[in-house]
Design a protein around this ligand. Sequence first.
Ligand code: ADP
Ligand code: MG
Length: 239
Amino acid sequence: MEPLLSVRSLWVYYSSNPALRGVDIEVPEGGVVAIIGPNGSGKSTLLKSIIGYVKPSRGRVFFRGRDITGLDPSKALRMGIVYVPERRRVFPELSVEKNLLIGSYIRGVDKRRSRELLDLVYSLFPNLRVKRSKSAAVLSGGEAQMVAVGRGIMSDPEVLLLDEPSLGLAPRIVASIYDAVSRLNRSSGVTIVVADQMLRALEISSHGYVISNGVVIEHGDREYLMRHKTIVDVYFKYS
Ligand code: ADP
Ligand code: MG
């Protein structure tokens, strides 16, 4: 079956430095795919080039068989390609719920669907429901990350691109966020691509890619990668 999303021989340069050097990935519809690699390996660049924040100099990005290489980020969003950036940003002057609703607003999700999605977010992250009318300024780092993921869900994604949701969070919090992401995939069938330095991302994935210095050095299904030495090296060195 044709993948929902695929990246073919992608090259990205920042001035004259290559950040991605011929990357290929395939994301099946309804799947969870992990992009694992140390800091600076090109994970964010890969996700950003899928949504068009970064323009590749060579290679192609396909979504539902359509060439979307270098598309405008707002068009990618309209198609349902939703990016949750690695630095979780909340608007501290707004309530938790308003922060979440922004996700629906930016994609023009209708009111009724937005209510459904809000219920879904609150069922995945019950403490956000408890704090729904509180100012987002009072949230912990973990809760702010939940809001960031929740806001992505509120855009009603076809594919959700999560950029290092574990960054700076305690292992217990990381586990609960990944748990929710996994439940989201199983209950709603949302396709997920998650980039992280932590093996936890691979644990919820069907398959993954190990990236180092802008090159995919290993890929395969979860069991294969979990056993593989390369990924163990990455994990022990960088987490
Ligand atoms: P990761 O997300 O895996 O940490 P990045 O995609 O952020 O990796 O970075 C890949 C490489 O590109 C790194 O060497 C980084 O320093 C470089 N890089 C990232 N963003 C920029 C930028 N805006 N300008 C110049 N170099 C960048
Ligand atoms: Mg990054």
